[in-house]
Write a protein that binds this ligand. Structure first.
Ligand code: 13P
Length: 253
């Protein structure tokens, strides 16, 4: 099931950088990135830097993303940001259901589905993050976990909504550990996931970008990205070094 799907190389800066280092990093990425027919470049920056970074990426090949957003439009939700607020700052993509949010901020499947829906309603492309723990993998629960994470969203928005969305497979045991899934391990999961989507709708499955995340770096990116069902990367640590991030982008072709 390989295809003409364009790759997406996405940086997730998480809660890193300060104002000046964010500007420096984004400027470096913007200045050094050349357009590619094969891959797009996205940076998901801390929300407080969106205003600065949106100016830097304007008219560049780099696209702006946010790391989370609330599912409601407005209201008494101290500390939260709505999807329409993000849209105001030229945000085009938003992560939903990152494992750090699921584990530390009580984002369950239902909440993630609502966030996914709210992103689409506001013209943002949601990147649905899914992944299993080490224990779940050892108990051969990987696919069941991933499917239930996807199913909750499909139930909320319908399969057609995935025409304007991406999925990021991020095994939790590989995040920030330096322990990446092998290309074969990742490809196996991506292929099974795509097969599950195919059962829902074959056209959607064929076009769906499924990114891999978890200790992707300049050294292992090429092999991971050359797998038939791996359509890009969601990169944490290595996205904080512009040259490493750009090397991953180059590895995507
Ligand atoms: P690392 O690349 O640091 O392992 O993080 C992956 C991740 O969680 C991206 O969202």
């Amino acid at each position: 099931m390989s295809s003409v799907r364009k790759k997406l190389i996405a940086g997730n800066w998480k809660m890193n950088t300060n104002r000046s280092s964010a500007i420096q990093l984004a400027s470096h990425v913007v200045a050094s990135s050349v357009g590619s027919d094969n891959a797009n470049l996205l940076i998901c920056v801390p929300a407080i830097h969106l205003a600065d970074v949106s100016k830097l990426v304007a008219n560049s090949k780099v696209v702006l993303g946010a790391q989370d957003g609330h599912w409601l439009e407005s209201g008494a939700f101290t500390g939260e940001l709505s999807m329409s607020m993000l849209k105001d700052y030229q945000v085009e993509y938003v992560l939903v259901g990152h494992s750090e949010r699921r584990e530390m901020f009580a984002d369950d499947n239902q909440r993630v589905a609502l966030k996914f829906e709210a992103a689409l309603k506001n013209g943002l492309t949601p990147i649905l993050c899914i992944g299993e723990t080490l224990q779940q993998r050892e108990q051969s629960e990987t696919l069941n976990v991933l499917i239930s994470q996807c199913e909750a969203v499909v139930e909320q928005v319908g399969i057609q909504a995935f025409e304007n969305a991406c999925v990021a497979y991020e095994p939790i045991w590989a995040i920030g550990t330096g322990k990446t899934a092998s290309p074969e391990q990742a490809q196996e999961v991506h292929n099974e996931l795509r097969a599950w989507f195919e059962k829902q709708d074959s056209t959607i499955a064929a076009g769906l970008q499924i990114l891999y995340g978890g200790s992707m770096n300049a050294g292992n990116a090429k092999e991971l990205l050359s797998q038939a069902d791996i359509d890009g990367g969601l990169i944490g640590g290595a996205s904080l070094k512009a040259d490493d991030f750009l090397d991953i982008y180059s590895a995507a072709g």
